[in-house]
Design a protein around this ligand. Structure first.
Ligand code: NAD
Length: 325
């Protein structure tokens, strides 16, 4: 189908459907971008939670820099799904990760949103082909998978389902670029996409080590934040190995460490989430939190990520200056 899509620069209103951790993150991001935001969430507590979280995190938005016209007052919390999406240029869905809920929700949004509205899901891994299955107009639906918190982490994985119009995927890429995100286009519907799949591999290892009593929650977190995590901020996991191979880089790494790939170092089959394992992980997180609330730790985390991003940018600029001398 040929559709007329407005320029992403002309997007004025974004509806965020589902306002939990990710939905509130999107609300903050789009408000910071100077857009009008309509939020909808059926939970009775949602209105209070959205207002509190937006007010609490606004100083972080100011620190990141507000686009012209950006203000908290551009948020309207709608009483119904239909009201939320009625005038939206884009809908960013962030409801629970459940294929039945998302498929129904997409059919509902598709039925009430204007024909020109683009509808995007935040799913971490559910196939867009399934989510769009009951839509009358599936061509305008696509996946825009963010990373927590969406107002800070630039990456969005973008892909369509079998019925998505190719130009809608292209438009979605441009839309995210226009509003300060770093979209990566996936040509195929890879289950769990790229980044979640990498994260899941490590998460499974962590749960195995806790279940087997080989490591505590604190040891696992320290081993990343004081170790490879610092490098991953600058180089991805592949380039990281290339830089660890001496002058021959990856060639040396593969020849040197290649044989160990066959060692049983990893056990990438999902562990059984027993009551004991569940308790050990939750207890470990409580110990590591040392009495701090999640909200407090979120603010500390955000400030630290902003500082890291700033340092990374300055370092890259300094390297460019050095090379051009
Ligand atoms: N948490 C993460 O780190 C993360 C990262 C990237 C993507 N995601 C994806 O974002 C989506 C939301 O995840 P979350 O972590 O914010 O979940 P969450 O449980 O924090 O929030 C989900 C919200 O959806 C609301 N909801 C329930 N039914 C709804 C409906 N029919 N319509 C609208 N809203 C409804 C709930 O009241 C709740 O506020 C999921 O698809 C998830 O996979 C999560």
């Amino acid at each position: 189908m040929t559709r007329t899509l407005k320029s992403p620069n002309d997007v004025r209103i974004v509806a965020v459907v589902g306002s939990g951790v990710i939905g509130i993150g999107w609300i903050l991001h789009y408000l910071r971008m100077g857009l009008e935001v309509r939020a909808y969430d059926p939970a009775p507590i949602a209105r209070t939670r959205i207002s509190e979280m937006v007010a609490m995190s606004w100083p972080i938005m100011e620190e990141l820099g507000l686009r012209t016209g950006a203000r908290m007052g551009n948020l309207v919390i709608a009483e119904s799904l239909a009201n939320a999406v009625a005038t939206a240029d884009v809908v960013q869905e962030a409801a629970p990760e459940d294929v039945k809920i998302k498929t129904q929700l997409f059919a509902d949004i598709d039925a009430v949103a204007p024909a020109s509205t683009i509808i995007l899901t935040s799913t971490s891994g559910i196939s867009m082909t399934l989510i769009q299955a009951d839509c009358a107009n599936p061509g305008r639906t696509a996946t825009g998978h963010p990373f927590n918190p969406p107002y800070l982490i630039p990456l969005v994985e973008v892909l369509g389902g079998e019925q998505t119009d190719p130009e809608v995927v292209e438009w979605t890429m441009e839309f995210y670029r226009t509003f300060d995100k770093y979209p990566v286009f996936l040509e195929r519907e890879v289950p769990a996409f790229i980044a979640s799949r990498l994260q899941e591999a490590m998460w499974r290892e962590a749960l195995h080590m806790i279940a087997a009593g080989e490591a505590t929650v604190e040891m696992i977190d320290d081993c990343i934040t004081e170790g490879p995590g610092l490098r991953w901020v600058v180089t991805g996991p592949v380039m990281n190995f290339h830089l660890a191979g001496g002058p021959d880089g990856m060639k040396h790494v593969l020849d040197h460490f290649g044989p160990t790939l066959k060692e049983p170092w990893t056990r990438l089959i999902a562990p059984e989430l027993t009551d004991e394992l569940r308790a050990a992980v939750i207890d470990g997180c409580n110990r590591e939190s040392a009495g701090r609330s999640v909200d407090e730790m979120v603010l500390d985390r955000d400030r630290a990520i902003i500082a890291v991003m700033k340092a990374r940018r300055e370092s890259a600029e300094a390297a460019t200056r050095r090379r051009s001398r």
